[in-house]
Design a protein around this ligand. Structure first.
Ligand code: FMN
Length: 212
């Protein structure tokens, strides 16, 4: 299969260093809100995170961004999953968003830490019962015998725990990405895209333009 004829032109907006302002996280929030407003972006908070495993191999997968803080972002997962185990050994992480209808990409790099138990519990307790149950019974990233056996385990767990307040399993919680670098990409005409790279160095943000 050849895909050589896919050739979209980008012309929705432009981006200068001066647009970013003093704090690139605030600018990220601004772009995020614009993505939220677009009817064509169904899950603006879906981001691809990449981690490095024990064999030095990268793995990427989509997770949902759940919080933007002053200099960090948070998602929730199973700490025993492949990504969880990789992050135990190597805290370096990259998160990227592609908001196609806005012709924008954001790439965040930083290091990952577990959120506090309190934060993990608060979020777990806010989830629907069914999602809590799924988080409890799923050994995320492990082999299973069949989908039916998983469903059976889930249904019998639900039967046994109806009307119970479920407790967060110790191996499920938040991962906070402390941001060292954030790149904003705006698609432009003739592949001459705008790229602004923001590095957090000695407590200050430093900005650079990058060639497309
Ligand atoms: C739209 C979307 C949202 C997802 N959100 C999450 C999430 O917030 N947390 C999570 O652990 N997995 C989420 N997943 C599943 C992950 O992509 C992945 O399959 C899972 O975390 C196991 O990854 P791992 O084996 O590399 O650790 C999501 C997948 C998709 C497509």
């Amino acid at each position: 299969m050849e895909l050589f004829n896919y050739r979209k032109s980008y012309n929705k907006d432009k981006l200068n260093i001066s647009d970013i302002g003093k704090n690139p996280i605030d600018f990220f929030v601004k772009w995020f809100k614009e993505a939220e407003k677009s009817d064509q972006i169904i899950e603006p908070n879906a981001m691809t995170i990449s981690t490095i495993d024990e064999n030095n191999f990268p793995s990427s997968r989509v997770v949902l961004l759940k919080q933007i803080k002053d200099r960090s972002i948070v998602f929730f997962t199973n700490y025993n999953s492949k990504k969880g185990k990789s992050l135990e050994k190597n805290k370096n992480i990259c998160a990227s968003f592609y908001w196609a209808p806005l012709e924008r990409q954001v790439i965040i790099r930083g290091h990952a830490e577990k959120t506090s138990i309190n934060e993990s519990e608060n979020y777990f307790n806010s989830r629907p019962f069914e999602s809590q149950a799924a988080a409890i019974i799923s050994n995320q990233s492990e082999d299973i015998d069949s989908y039916e056996s998983l469903l059976e385990m889930y249904n019998s767990f639900i039967d046994q725990n109806k009307n119970t307040k479920l407790k967060r399993p110790y191996n499920w919680g938040g991962i906070e990405i402390f941001i060292n670098q954030i790149e904003f990409w705006q698609g432009r005409k003739n592949r001459l895209h705008n790229r602004v790279l923001c590095n957090f160095i000695e407590n200050n943000w430093d900005y650079k333009l990058l060639s497309p």
